[in-house]
Design a protein around this ligand. Sequence first.
Ligand SMILES: [Zn+2]
Length: 214
Amino acid sequence: MMIRESQRQMDDAHFRQVVPAGDYFIHRIKAGETFRILDLEGNQAADTLFFNADDPAERYSFMDTTREQGNVYLSAGTVLMSNRGNPLLEIVADTCGRHDTLGGACASESNTVRYALDKRCMHSCRDSWMLAINRHDEFGLAKQDITHNINFFMNVPVTADGGLTFEDGISGAGKYVELEAKMDVTVLISNCPQLNNPCNGYNPTPIEVAIWSA
Ligand SMILES: [Zn+2]
């Protein structure tokens, strides 16, 4: 676990927004700005995608990121790499200690396969992302751009035999992760509505996002 606190104060942020449980957030972050996701009540999962704001075909790549840092977990010091090998953002502070990028996002299909046929219509991260890009076409994102993601605050340990498990969270109320943008990026978050596994303690809760100027 790598804990690194930030000196930034929420009152100094030039942008703040609470994202309710199960809702989405889409926004442009300029190069040099610092972006924080705050887990307001604890044990929440924020399923997040990043894109080059001017060319969404360049996007966050978990393969490039984990290969470059030689670690499957994300924490302070992690540089989030694009599929073209460019730094998108760097995690500059983190009071949770570890974030997942292997587990993927919940979807109607995975809820049906993993849990039950009657979970098909439950809200899911993938549906929230699709709703966001449909309502906000000014960001230029399409279905093909929805690929692998980061699950901030989510606890998905790799087991000794190489498997993955969705475990009870390690985050708590007031914990946060903070990232500095290395280029103009679009951020797309689904504040996970999942009710079938303990990724958010079976109780989805709001998060808050904040941005500080360069
Ligand atoms: Zn989800």
